[in-house]
Design a protein around this ligand. Structure first.
Ligand SMILES: Cc1cc2nc3c(=O)[nH]c(=O)nc-3n(C[C@H](O)[C@H](O)[C@H](O)COP(=O)(O)OP(=O)(O)OC[C@H]3O[C@@H](n4cnc5c(N)ncnc54)[C@H](O)[C@@H]3O)c2cc1C
Length: 359
């Protein structure tokens, strides 16, 4: 099934419905809005479990949590009542839209505007690489309400799928997580009412930065799940693949590779869970720990899946086996929600600051 979805690059609607029927979207929604009131660690456990089998499904699920997280933390009671119960039941999916063609790591370079008018805000611009684009019904969009103020002039707005002036552009053809949707969002004089503003004008980047600090353990969990799935597949394969008259798992070279893979997966899991617990504790300065968990776990996922392909030998390179997909899927965890280079910059900046070293 996962191979078929990957091959066809088909959004996993039937599975998303199953996730809804299994109450998994309720995990990250508070009880007062028909959720189960779970925290970051609960969400990580679900994402890890889904990623162990199919990272494309896991990211389609996790992107819903990302899409409504600003609403959960900064939304008004009316906004929460209006949107969250439908998300909890899985009836409506959500997405978060920040990235643009010329604003990736440099998110402050966004050009999409939300001009204040009497009736609300008029949005103009194009977002790209948006997970769940075209499939989600609720979008949190970061746009400039004051172009002069740059990053301080950005705001977060809720946009519903059928709003006039809101359409979808290119669907990306990807290396991995191919069953997930990654699409352009196009806004042409798209009017949203004033009550769709999340938080206050000018809070867009504060909301985004805090959001990513809290969501990065989730990317770490995705990476841990992918790596765990690859490790299990490699052990199973090594037990049944016979060369020179013995299963290859009897070779010490293979055993040591598997042992190193297991050590790395456990270390990554420990760091991700620790970061998720820190998020759940309500601690304020979580940025570095959360970035460390994402960077470490995603590098582990890349290494472990690559080694797993090696254990499969030539068969690992073939699409008949699930392992090449895991390697392709692992790569994205090093890229989105802050590339590992950009996050290493942030971790190093924290180190320098604590030692009192000025720029
Ligand atoms: C499949 C997929 C799904 C995505 N989903 C979403 C989504 O749902 N919502 C959303 O808003 N965005 C989404 N994104 C966007 C994603 O977050 C960005 O792609 C990512 O932040 C990197 O930006 P970029 O691709 O423009 O790369 P660039 O910023 O152009 O980076 C290119 C290279 O330069 C390096 N680099 C850049 N700046 C620095 C620096 N200061 N120091 C060191 N190295 C640097 C990077 O590490 C990278 O290696 C998605 C992307 C993909 C591929």
């Amino acid at each position: 099934m996962r191979a078929e979805l990957d091959e066809k690059e088909e959004f996993p609607w039937a599975i998303m419905k199953d996730l809804g029927d299994s109450d998994l979207f309720r995990v990250f929604i508070p009880e007062e809005y028909e959720g189960l009131g779970g925290g970051c660690l609960d969400l990580c456990l679900v994402v890890e479990g889904l990623s162990r089998v199919c990272a494309a499904i896991a990211v389609s699920y996790a992107a819903v949590a990302l899409g409504v997280a600003p609403l959960l933390r900064y939304g008004t009671e009316e906004q929460k009542q209006k949107y969250l119960p439908d998300v909890a039941s899985g009836k409506r999916l959500a997405a978060f839209a920040l990235t643009e063609a010329t604003a990736g790591s440099d998110a402050a370079a966004i050009k999409t505007t939300a001009e204040r008018v009497k009736e609300g805000y008029v949005i103009n611009g194009t977002k790209q690489f948006i997970t769940n684009g075209g499939e989600a019904e609720i979008y949190t969009v970061i746009a400039l309400t004051d172009k002069e103020k740059g990053a301080r002039g950005a705001s977060a707005l809720l946009v519903e799928k059928d709003t006039p002036g809101f359409s979808f552009g290119k669907t990306e053809k990807k290396m991995g997580i191919r069953a997930s949707s990654t699409r352009e969002l196009i806004f042409r004089n798209c009017l949203v009412p004033e009550e769709n503003l999340i938080g206050k004008e000018g809070m867009g980047f504060i909301i985004t930065m805090k959001l990513f600090d809290q969501s990065r353990p989730g990317i770490g969990a995705q990476a841990v799940g992918i790596a765990q799935g690859a490790l299990e597949a490699a052990v199973d394969y090594a037990r049944q693949r016979v060369q020179f008259g013995h299963p290859i798992i009897s070779l010490q070279a293979v055993q040591h590779m598997l042992a190193d893979m297991a050590i790395q997966v456990e270390a990554a899991r420990a760091l991700v869970y620790a970061a998720a617990r820190t998020v759940d504790s309500g601690a304020k300065n979580i940025g570095e720990e959360s970035a460390m968990a994402k960077v470490f776990a995603s590098d582990v996922a890349m290494k472990v899946t690559t080694d797993a392909v090696q254990i499969f030998g030539g068969y690992g390179y073939m699409r008949d086996y699930p392992i090449e997909k895991m390697m392709r899927d692992a790569k994205i965890t090093q890229i989105y929600e802050g590339t590992n280079q950009v996050l290493r910059n942030a971790i190093a900046l924290g180190l320098r600051k604590r030692r009192g070293i000025q720029e």
